[in-house]
Design a protein around this ligand. Structure first.
Ligand SMILES: Cc1ncc(COP(=O)(O)O)c(C=O)c1O
Length: 428
């Protein structure tokens, strides 16, 4: 029985809870952990001995600061934590000021606050399609219309975005903001080119829209050249944040367990977000902020991030090499310059959601593409692989198993035979 139907309190729940999403397949992928299982599903970061060691050493200093660390923190975050945010943003190439920063409970809360301060029911938000499902989940509570814009190997298709905005204008749909992940996008791994970033800023100016730039993977680059953030590009002209709000997180470069992220935005947006956050949780954990500040103050964090980038770079290479080695013809994938994810395209007609139980049964998990589309209609023949958590040896094993599952599916669907026939036909 569907847990949500004919429930005991159905007539009492707020309408907004009916918009909250769940995903059976995502849960299936996440639930199977343990020996023999290679999870290429979740985006959990590698912590490594370094963080554990640092945290152990930190213990005593946190106790020393217990008079404040165990107290409430200001809603906007401690000034020390906001100072660390400014340092982290500078290291990733985006200027900022502590007074323009709101410390949040992970980047995830920044997504929720954006929805909370901008979206009325029925308003629209423009997103990349596919996009991070956590953002779709966060926005869903405010019951918006989600307008998806396709992503190609240069990032969001800006010409298409313009058409979507035009159509919305014609039909009287109020678009409230654009959400984008320009670096190593979750789930495609694609990085938006400088040209597209400039075009997006121009488009947002034309339609007078704020942009939420989610830069969760900012510092995790393993190849290619850094591209200035939308926020940095805008600030070159305006001297401070205007319409480009920037979302960051300590989850990927330090620890997801401290639940710390931030939003850097125009003072008016930030003021509303601070009020919304005050109502939600009064403020982020002072203890977490103390721990994070200690870690970043030690100065060793740059070395830690370099080490992470080396580890993840090796894992990405293991994934790309094993895909090339094992995947049957007709399967393609992206080649990310950073972040955690590779986006795999299966031949038309191979359904990644339907294939998941078989893959999990044989010992490998992934997230089906459908989860990254708001309407659940896109992405059927896609899947997201994460290389962040498994060691190269396991990545090779997982991809080998996955490739055999894909090949079997292609055979069942008659795709392998058809392809061979077509190739033979092409050769004459
Ligand atoms: C693109 C993106 N944004 C935001 C988040 C939120 O992360 P957290 O709340 O741990 O900062 C994630 C986590 O995976 C992510 O991939």
């Amino acid at each position: 029985m569907n847990e949500d139907s004919n429930g005991r309190f159905d007539r009492l729940y707020a309408d907004r809870t009916s918009g909250l999403r769940t995903s059976v397949t995502r849960e299936l992928a996440a639930s199977r952990r343990g020996p023999g299982m290679v999870s290429l599903a979740g985006g959990s970061p590698e912590m490594g001995a370094f963080v554990e060691d640092a945290l152990r050493r930190m213990g005593s200093s946190v106790v020393r600061e217990s008079a404040t660390a165990f107290q409430y923190a200001p809603t906007e975050g401690t000034s020390a934590a906001r100072g660390v945010v400014v340092e982290a943003m500078a290291a990733a190439g985006t200027p900022s000021r502590p007074e323009d920063v709101l410390v949040t409970n992970g980047g995830q809360q920044g997504l929720d606050l954006m929805g909370r301060v901008f979206l009325n029911e029925g308003d629209a938000v423009l997103v990349e399609a596919p996009t991070y499902y956590g953002a779709l989940d966060a926005f869903a509570a405010y019951r918006p219309r989600v307008l998806g814009v396709p992503v190609d190997d240069e990032g969001m298709d800006i010409a298409e975005a313009r058409e979507v905005l035009e159509a919305a204008r014609r039909t009287g749909t109020r678009v409230k903001f654009v959400y984008t992940i320009p670096n190593f996008q979750n789930p495609t791994g694609v990085t938006m080119t400088l040209g597209r970033r400039r075009e997006l800023l121009e488009l947002a100016r034309e339609y007078d829209l704020p942009i939420l730039e989610d830069d969760a993977y900012a510092m995790l680059r393993y190849g290619g050249e850094p591209v200035p953030s939308l926020s940095a590009l805008e600030q070159q002209e305006t001297g401070g944040p205007e319409r480009a709000a920037y979302l960051g997180t300590f989850s990927k470069i330090f620890s997801p367990g401290v639940r710390l992220g931030w939003v850097h935005a125009h003072p008016e947006i930030l003021r509303r977000m601070r009020l919304a956050k005050q109502g939600a949780d009064l403020g982020s954990s002072n203890l977490s902020q103390t721990v994070a500040v200690e870690f970043f103050r030690s100065g060793k964090w740059r070395e830690h991030v370099r080490r992470l980038a080396r580890i993840y770079g090796e894992r990405r290479d293991a994934m790309l090499d094993s895909l090339a080695e094992f995947m049957p013809e007709g399967v393609s994938w992206t080649r990310p310059e950073g972040g955690f994810f590779v986006w795999v395209t299966l031949p038309e007609g191979v359904d990644a959601s339907a294939m998941l139980p078989e893959a999990v049964g044989r010992g490998v998990a992934y997230v089906p593409g459908e989860d990254f589309y708001a309407d659940g209609f896109g992405g059927k023949n896609h899947l997201r692989l994460s290389f962040s958590f498994a060691e190269p040896r396991l990545i090779w094993r997982g991809v080998r198993i996955l490739a055999s599952v894909v090949r079997d599916r292609m055979e069942i669907e008659g795709i392998v035979g058809r392809e061979l026939r077509e190739r033979a036909h092409a050769r004459g």
